[in-house]
Design a protein around this ligand. Structure first.
Ligand code: FAD
Length: 556
């Protein structure tokens, strides 16, 4: 077959991972072809939570404010609340800021939540549409929905693949320097490479373990039917059936997910079943339109045994599969793309050796194991919790049971939804491209994040003298932070960056407080906003930068 398309990176899959990768590459002048058999971005809501770290990446790329303006209206509460049935007794609640409050409050936050961005409750469908717009704005990106990756073979210097339009037309040959499979849970790329999963699957729980029935619905009457303050996420806890409901637009659209019992076959269920099961969870019937129906399986915590074979990579759900407790699947997928994007661009532009690419698996696979394990703990905490018939009894005993279960769920909701440690604390200790300095990072904890500049993690955030977020001062690619009132000369980093042809910005912040928080006057920040190195002198700048880029480039 004659080669019809030549590109740098072929991306199979236009979910959040593939789209984010196309943006990271496109913004750096790397050409990509993205194919996805769907007619366009997602119709169903899917993920509901964008974590603060993902919002930081959207901010780095300049569109966090566009994301925050979508989803729930600015004044819509983002609480997570538990009920026996949505219109019956409230058991527990975690109150969280609205989108408008988040923007105001974030400036005053310290410690675990010191950041320029807080989490945002928005359905994945809106995020994908925004990512698509920004991916299409990059001149070198060729985004083709309605096209599928059929096949590929890897060669020494390139990957040859065939892609085909879904509706009509013959397969087209593509030659790319790299292929990235962001093609979701059933990844054809992963299967073709013969990469197996490791981890747990098929875990059974009353909730978040087994088949789930998903209904995307419109029911504005819900708000009048529920006699409790508004929330973003509503969870029903009763012995008949466990379920949750996430507000999609704050005006009447919702994503409803109900746990199926062993003998039930959700695939055979109809709109009538959707209405019945929704009425059970609400505790009464209301008018609603069913927009779509589906099933999915909860109970996975799987990580691929390898993320790379030669010139072919897998990322996102193709590389790890979560139970959605904690809301980590899509967020981990986005950060895979962030990690791989700058590395592929550096290698393709000849500024780093191909060895840099091996650090993708070295960094992201342990993180995927860590995050799937957190999601599993959250699923055990809520899904193995037994809902008894007493919960709904109109008696003293029933009230006591509701108080007891409310205490449990109030503790659970803070465990699952207040997770700065998971959000900001992800680390790449042991990575071959991190220059360790012999210090130990704080212990890994889901609910606590201790800012540290120990190389391998997110740089500590601060608001700087001119009122900007420290992260807004960073360059697009590399940054050297020069901290304190009497810092060493950072010029050797400029010389080293110029010699390698990489973009580097030097940022001076005189505040002694930040110098002391960073534990050193100099820190090298990577393009994905990770501390690569910190130290007292820039004398070894050339070696440090080369190490962080995976070694020395051999020019051919
Ligand atoms: C009910 C539910 C709730 C969730 N809630 C959350 C949450 O709150 N927070 C969170 O972080 N995550 C959540 N998730 C998980 C989240 O939806 C996924 O982790 C996320 O979509 C993964 O993104 P991705 O781009 O890796 O894969 P996907 O979004 O699955 O995209 C893969 C794409 O690849 C395409 N494709 C398949 N085969 C081919 C091929 N041969 N060639 C080309 N393209 C192909 C598919 O059409 C698809 O568009 C939830 C999931 C579910 C089911």
């Amino acid at each position: 077959m004659t080669i019809a398309i030549q590109t740098d990176v072929l991306i199979a899959g236009g979910g959040p991972c593939g789209l984010m990768l196309a943006i990271e590459l496109g913004r750096r002048g790397v050409r990509s072809l993205l194919v996805d058999p769907k007619p366009g971005t997602a119709f169903n809501p899917q993920a509901n939570a964008t974590q603060a770290r993902t919002m930081e990446h959207f901010r780095r790329l300049g569109f966090a404010h566009e994301i925050r303006a979508q989803g729930l209206p600015p004044d819509h509460p983002t609480d997570i609340a538990y009920f026996t049935r949505f219109a019956a007794s409230e058991l527990a609640r975690l109150s969280l800021p609205t989108a408008a409050q988040a923007v105001r409050q974030v400036r005053a936050l310290r410690g675990s939540w010191s950041a320029a961005e807080l989490p945002h409750r928005i359905s994945q469908k809106f995020v994908e549409a925004t990512l698509l717009r920004h991916a299409q704005a990059c001149a070198g990106n060729d985004i083709r929905y309605g096209w599928r990756l059929l096949d590929f073979t890897e060669h020494n210097d390139f990957v040859q693949a065939s892609v085909q339009p879904e509706t009509a037309g013959a397969p087209v040959a593509v030659r790319a320097r790299y292929l990235v499979g962001t093609d979701g849970a059933r990844s054809m790329v992963r299967n073709r490479l013969g990469i197996a999963w490791s981890g747990a699957t098929g875990v059974r729980r009353d909730f978040m373990g087994g088949q789930m029935f998903a209904v995307y619905l419109r029911a504005p009457a819900f708000y009048e039917a529920v006699p409790h303050p508004r929330a973003w996420m509503y969870v029903s806890v009763n012995p008949q059936r466990r379920a949750f409901l996430a507000a999609v637009d704050g005006r009447g659209e919702f994503a409803f997910h109900a746990a199926l019992h062993d003998q039930e076959d959700g695939a055979a269920w109809t709109e009538q079943d959707a209405r019945r099961v929704f009425a059970e969870a609400l505790g009464r019937e209301i008018a609603l339109d069913v927009l779509s129906l589906g099933t999915w399986t909860a109970g996975h915590s799987l990580v691929a045994q390898s993320f790379q074979r030669g010139r072919v990579f897998i990322a996102g759900d193709a590389a790890h599969l979560f139970t959605p407790t904690g809301g980590l699947g899509y967020n981990t997928a986005v950060e895979d793309a962030v990690n791989l994007g700058w590395k592929l661009a550096s290698v393709i532009h000849g500024r780093a050796p191909p060895a840099l690419l091996a650090s993708y698996e070295a960094e992201r696979q342990p993180l995927a194991r860590c995050n799937t394990s957190y999601a599993r703990q959250f699923a055990d905490s809520v899904g193995l919790f037994p809902a008894t018939a007493l919960l709904e009894e109109d008696s003293e005993r029933g009230a006591a049971e509701r108080r007891r279960d409310g205490d449990y769920l109030n503790a659970h909701v803070r465990l699952e939804f207040n997770i700065p440690g998971v959000t900001f604390g992800g680390r790449y200790d042991g990575s071959p491209i991190i220059v360790a300095d012999g210090t130990q990072p704080p212990p890994d904890q889901a609910n606590v994040y201790e800012p540290t500049a120990c190389p391998g993690g997110r740089p500590p955030h601060a608001w700087v003298e001119d009122g900007r977020s420290l992260f807004d001062t960073f360059g697009r690619d590399w940054t050297v932070l020069v901290l304190g009132s009497d810092p060493p000369d950072a010029a050797p980093f400029r010389a080293a960056a110029d010699a390698l042809g990489v973009e580097l910005r030097i940022v001076a912040v005189t505040a002694e407080e930040l110098r002391s928080q960073y534990g050193a006057p100099l820190a090298l920040i990577r393009p994905d906003q990770i501390v690569a190195w910190r130290g007292d002198s820039a004398d070894a700048a050339a070696g440090v930068l080369q190490h962080a880029l995976g070694g020395t480039v051999t020019r051919r």
